[in-house]
Design a protein around this ligand. Structure first.
Ligand code: PEP
Ligand code: MG
Length: 584
């Protein structure tokens, strides 16, 4: 039997590890309907089914319209008015009903054929306004078809262990992957700092993203090996490749074990500088990983993930989860970042089309300040947890000191509410600001007096200061955390914190890049917060570096203009100190 040829595809490795299995391609939820003929006696039933499908769709669209009108404004809601008009077009409906009764075809097929004629005719006209209308009509037509079929979401994967392939996965898709079945995933879209990639690292699922044309190169059932370290995917790997990877896995395994064995040591540099090394988590159950990898508490709890899979959780449910984590990690500090929805993290049912620039829009603290019920319920839950252990409350996407002051006033209001109820809380709970917007970094000296700590969110700070979308693979080469502008923003933030007598940490993915540990240490950061499994590696690296030497070198690097050169210098130091952890 002829063996299939090995194909090697390159992407961006965003979550370390090697996985081998058959691939399952998750296609878009939409399929064109097949032509199904019906008997004359079924005509009325099909027409009624069509009407029901249209009714459900109208109802969904009206709900979306109301929410958007109330929350964002009429301009953004207008798109849904356009969708409703498509559904109320009597010419269209007459044609579909006629087709059901005359051609004796099912409602799905009749509806899609009519809509397709309109779509194709509009597409043939070269006009940008009509181009947008086509997208609307296509969108609403697909929604009607999904409702006619009673479909809700994308198809489930096979029962066997597999590697998942898709054009894209949302962060909540990724958060709900069954780790026992999904050994790894590959996508066409994505970049290392997208929340999908962050989630993969949290789950410790090897992942390669940003693979152009992936879905044209693979089929469900193909045997694949993915290398999450270097971002290479092998379709039909040869015996030779498999053997080579067995060796690589063995080597990596031995190094991992050595690092894991040293995880209890202090995070201290060779010249005695102590660094707080904490963990980034998304769910309460990950407190176990924090302990397992010997992190000092949590530097970033992305609390919004609890809002992304279903109903809005209430105060009691939240308090219970937060208390569990705090009690489990006591006496270490747990920093809860208040809800940071928006951008690529959406509540269910909220479409990505609602805002033209979601990362510049209704996100982070802006969202919370306009959702007082949601925000106050979360703050009360956090305060309640502060009675059980050490809690930090940190606000995301701060762009000016006014937002911190307003948010702190709401915290005070919540304390009063709890006091009235007779519920315990720590009156001195620590308050922090995420520094992830350039205006906050530049104005860090103005914000420092209002908070107990800063945590630099480089994932966003890099995207906003360099104007490079963090989830767009086409500009991934321009996403450079070692850019001189980023260095200056971090430097000013750390200095402002220290001048005000507060500490400054870093919780963006840059903190886990071992090539950049010398640079970050030299910039004077007091705390590094990384995905739990990366904690032992960062600790191993810190223990091999001399903080004063890094500081002196970073001063020299401030003269360099080229981000690649700065990266290279830091990498060189890393290579000299811990070659087993960085590749040349
Ligand atoms: C960041 O922006 O660096 C950060 C840690 O927050 P998130 O990745 O959740 O936006
Ligand atoms: Mg952020």
């Amino acid at each position: 039997m002829e063996t299939e040829k090995e194909i090697r595809i390159e992407g961006i490795g965003v979550s370390q590890g090697i996985a081998r299995a058959r691939i399952f391609v998750r296609t878009q939820a939409f399929r064109e309907p097949a032509k199904k003929t019906i008997a004359e006696s079924e005509v009325d039933g099909e027409r009624a089914r069509l009407e029901k499908g249209l009714q459900v769709t109208r109802h969904q669209i009206r709900e979306m319209y109301d929410t958007v009108l109330h929350d964002v404004g009429a301009e953004n809601a207008a798109i849904f008015e356009a969708h409703l008009l498509v559904l109320e077009d009597s010419t269209v409906l007459t044609q579909v009903n006629d087709s059901i009764s005359k051609d004796l075809v099912c409602a799905d097929f009749a509806f899609w054929e009519v809509m397709k004629r309109y779509i194709d005719a509009l597409r043939a006209i070269d006009d940008s306004y009509l181009g947008e209308r086509v997208v609307d009509i296509e969108d609403v037509s697909r929604r009607v078809l999904r409702n006619l079929r009673g479909e809700r979401s994308t198809s489930k994967g096979p029962r066997e262990q597999h590697i998942l392939a898709a054009r894209d996965l949302t962060p909540s898709d990724t958060a709900t992957l069954d780790k026992k079945k999904v050994l790894g995933f590959v996508t066409e879209v994505g970049s290392p700092t997208s929340h999908t990639a962050i989630m993969a690292r949290s789950l410790q699922i090897p992942a390669v993203v940003g693979i152009r044309g992936l879905l044209r190169k693979i089929r469900s059932g193909d045997s694949v090996l993915i290398d999450g370290y270097s971002g290479i995917v092998f379709v039909n790997p040869t015996e030779e490749t498999l053997e080579e990877y067995s060796r690589i896995e063995e080597q990596k395994g031995a190094i991992e074990q050595r690092i894991l064995d040293a995880r209890e040591a202090d995070a201290q540099t060779t010249d005695g500088r102590g660094i707080i090394l904490s963990a980034n988590i998304e769910f309460p159950h990950e407190a176990e990983d924090v302990l397992r990898f010997s992190a000092r508490g949590v530097g970033l709890f992305r609390t919004e993930f609890a809002y992304m899979n279903g109903d809005q959780p209430g105060e009691d449910v939240l308090a219970e989860g937060y208390e569990q984590v705090v009690a489990c990690l006591e006496p270490d500090l747990v920093i809860f970042r208040t809800v940071d929805l928006g951008g690529d993290k959406l509540e269910p049912g909220r479409s990505t089309d609602l805002e033209p620039n979601p990362f510049l829009g209704w996100r982070g603290i802006r969202y919370c300040l306009q959702r007082p019920n949601l925000f106050e319920a979360q703050l009360r839950a956090l305060l309640r947890a502060s009675a059980r252990g050490k809690v930090g409350i940190m606000f995301p996407l701060i762009s000016s000191v006014g937002e911190v002051i307003e948010a702190k006033q709401i915290v005070e209001k919540c304390k009063e509410q709890l006091a009235k109820r007779g519920q315990a809380f720590d009156p001195n709970v620590q308050i922090g600001a995420m520094i992830e917007v350039p205006s906050a970094a530049v104005g860090a000296d103005l914000i420092a007096g209002e908070v107990d700590f800063f945590s630099i969110g480089t994932n966003d700070l890099v995207q906003y200061s360099l104007a490079v979308d963090r989830i767009n693979e086409s500009v991934a080469h321009l996403y450079q955390p070692s850019h001189p502008a980023v260095l200056r923003l971090i430097n000013h933030t750390v200095k402002s914190a220290h001048d005000a007598g507060i500490w400054c940490g870093i919780c963006g993915e840059m903190a886990g890049d071992l090539n950049l540990t010398p640079l970050l240490l030299g910039l004077g950061l007091d705390e590094f917060s990384v995905v739990p499994s990366q904690v032992p590696r960062v600790k191993f690296a810190l223990r091999k570096l001399d903080a004063s030497e890094c500081q002196a070198r970073v001063k020299e690097w401030f003269q360099l203009a080229d981000p690649a050169l700065i990266y290279q210098e830091s990498h060189r130091m890393a290579m000299a100190a811990y070659p087993e952890l960085v590749s040349s």
